[in-house]
Design a binder for this molecule. Structure first.
Ligand SMILES: Cc1cc2nc3c(=O)[nH]c(=O)nc-3n(C[C@H](O)[C@H](O)[C@H](O)COP(=O)(O)O)c2cc1C
Length: 377
């Protein structure tokens, strides 16, 4: 099993959970800069789309060097497509490849991908092996030009991106494969699902403590996550388990990590408009912070590691910077998908509802700045 960058991460690992429509290139840039997560994943990206030359999907795979270690997340159901997509991800310089076996969205599940794989363990294993084979192809020198059915235009794009990578990331070597999944389909099946995954020896299993049927309702069952940790300890013991679901503070992280014995956590929704939640967790893990209440510096002007709460000015500054980064990185995209982030940043502001109405019509960073500068902190 290739541990790759995972071996060198501090424990417990604290990562940013992949979220489609949220963790795009600007979000990942901003949240690495202000939240410092140990690891970041892209939004899930369709392997079938990638191998069928859907050039626009490569947008999901844009990242900059500040985001490392960064993992490309893939979804789909054809093992051969995973093999090619893994080779593409390696050419693009990713530090690892993650397979989505947890998405409950109807269109994904009905196509037999995402969380539907929990009900198809044979295919799930084939997909892990195929992804590993794609990364083995990469390590052994397979050329992207020799992949059947990839169009010239796609190959050119991949080679261009590859040539822009720092030298060390152009070097061929094995990369780790991880899986992100849920505890079951209709009910928890951790006691059979985890051993099945372990047969294919993924480096990491990230486990969201909900079933597919639950979607995002109820709460994440950390006892089932603890069960998965025990199963790993009783078998190979090498695969890492990252627990996921409902972590929003040092208190919840501490309690869940200690009770379950996981090697780390992924944090998703609690980061909306709030990279500081990650920064706090990292400071806690690094021994800088004890708990949320361990400092009385909450009124400081600018957020620094070790400080507890961001000020209103910090949030305004970040909303503006995020908008500028969005414009720079995704200049061809509509500003519409930036607006939800703005709403998240201003949550809890005095005059929030008035400001939100204005922000929901903003079309660029200059307008955002003008609107937010009306606020008198
Ligand atoms: C808007 C949204 C999009 C998501 N997209 C993905 C995705 O692309 N890949 C994935 O593995 N999980 C995805 N998830 C699931 C999250 O990564 C995470 O497992 C889930 O939100 C539970 O963690 P949390 O309670 O910390 O948010 C998504 C969740 C949300 C809310």
């Amino acid at each position: 099993m290739e541990l790759g960058f995972w071996r060198d991460l501090p424990r417990p690992i604290i990562g940013l959970s992949p979220m489609d429509g949220v963790t795009d290139q600007p979000y990942r840039y901003m949240y690495k800069k202000y939240g410092h997560p140990d690891v970041i994943m892209t939004e899930f990206t369709s392997v079938e789309g990638l191998v069928r030359n859907a050039i626009k999907l490569f947008r999901d795979f844009i990242y900059d060097e500040s985001q490392r270690p960064i993992v490309a997340q893939l979804f789909g159901k054809e093992p051969e497509s995973f093999r090619t997509a893994a080779l593409i991800a390696a050419y693009l310089g990713f530090d690892g490849v993650d397979i989505n076996m947890g998405c409950p969205a109807k269109n994904v599940r009905q196509s037999g991908s995402g969380a539907a794989l929990i009900e198809n363990p044979k295919l799930a294993k084939e997909i892990i092996f195929a992804t590993k084979a794609g990364l083995q192809d990469w390590a052994e020198g397979k050329k992207i030009e020799n992949v059947p059915n990839l169009k010239q235009k796609t190959i050119k794009l991949i080679l261009e991106k590859h040539s822009q990578l720092p030298h060390q990331y152009q070097k061929r070597h094995l990369l780790p494969v991880s899986v992100k999944t849920r505890i079951g389909y209709e009910r928890s099946t951790v006691s059979t699902w985890i051993p099945t995954l372990l047969e294919a020896e993924p480096t990491v299993i990230s486990l969201h403590g909900r079933t597919l049927k639950q979607m995002y309702t109820g709460s994440s069952d950390w006892q089932e996550i603890a069960k998965a940790v025990k199963i790993v300890q009783q078998t190979s013991g090498e695969t890492l388990i990252l627990g996921n679901g409902d972590i929003d503070s040092i208190v919840s992280a501490k309690e869940k990590i200690i009770a379950s014995g996981v090697d780390g956590i992924l944090v998703g929704r609690a980061t909306f408009g709030n990279p500081w939640v990650l920064a706090k967790l990292i400071d806690w893990r690094n021994g800088v912070l004890e708990t949320e209440n361990s400092s009385n510096q909450s009124k400081q002007k600018s957020f620094k590691p070790g400080q507890i709460e961001p000020s209103l000015q910090d949030k305004i500054r970040l909303a503006i910077e995020h908008s500028q980064v969005y414009e720079t990185f995704l200049s061809e995209d509509s500003f519409q998908s930036m607006r939800k982030h703005l709403a998240w940043y201003i949550k809890g502001f005095p005059q929030a509802s008035d400001i939100r109405v204005q922000l929901m019509q903003a079309n660029n960073a200059t307008q955002v700045e003008k609107i937010l500068n009306q606020i008198d902190p």
